[in-house]
Design a protein around this ligand. Sequence first.
Ligand code: TZP
Ligand code: MG
Length: 203
Amino acid sequence: MIPPLCFITDAHAPHDVIAQALAAARGGAGWVQLRDKTLPDADFAALARRLMAELAPLGAQLVINDRVEVARETGAPGLHIGQGDGDPTAIRRRIGPGVVLGLSIEAEAQLAAVPEGVDYLGVGPVHATGSKPDAAPPIGIAGFAAIAARSPLPCLAIGGLTARDAAAIKAAGGAGLAVISAISRAGDMAGAARSLLTAWRDA
Ligand code: TZP
Ligand code: MG
C-alpha cells in the first residue's frame, strides 16, 4: 500500500510542478505529494485536479499536503498532515475512510500521540534539508531506525535523502523514501527517480 518512492513537489525548483510530478511518476514514484505553502486554495485545487488526471495513467497517486478541505473537494486519494495541521482523528472523520492519511513525526516521543486513523508516518528530517526552512533537527539514520522499530505504522523516511541512503533506510525497517530535491533539482528528474527506486529495490 505504501510505495517505496514518494516525490514531494517543489514550488521553488527550476522545473514547474507539473513537469516535476510527471517526471517523478515516469521514473516510478508511486505517490506524488502536492506541497505548496503559498498558493491560494482555488489554484492549489485546480493544480491537484490536473495532476490527478495526468498521474493516473502513469500509475501514480496524488497526495495532498496540509489542505484537508482541498483533499475533500478534489477527492484526492491521499492527504499528508504535519504535527501542526490539526487533530488527526478529526481530520480522518472529515476525509472519510477511503483516503490514505499520513502524519509527520520528528521525534520518537511523538509516536505515543499517533491516533487511530493514521495510515503511515513521514519520519524525519533524517539528514539536514534545504527544502524545509522550519525543519526540526536531523535525527540521522539511527534516529529513524529507533522510530521505525517502535512504530506500529509504516514509516516513510524524509529529509536530505539520496539514493545512497536507500539501503540504510531499508535495513532500518523503512517503508520507503520521500524526497524533494533529489528529484526536483536533478537535471534528469525521471532518471533520478529511477535511480532512487533501483537503489531501494537492489538494497
Ligand atoms: N519534511 C521533513 S524534511 C522535508 C519535509 C517536507 C523536506 C525534504 O526535502 P529534501 O529536499 O528531500 O530534503
Ligand atoms: Mg503540514
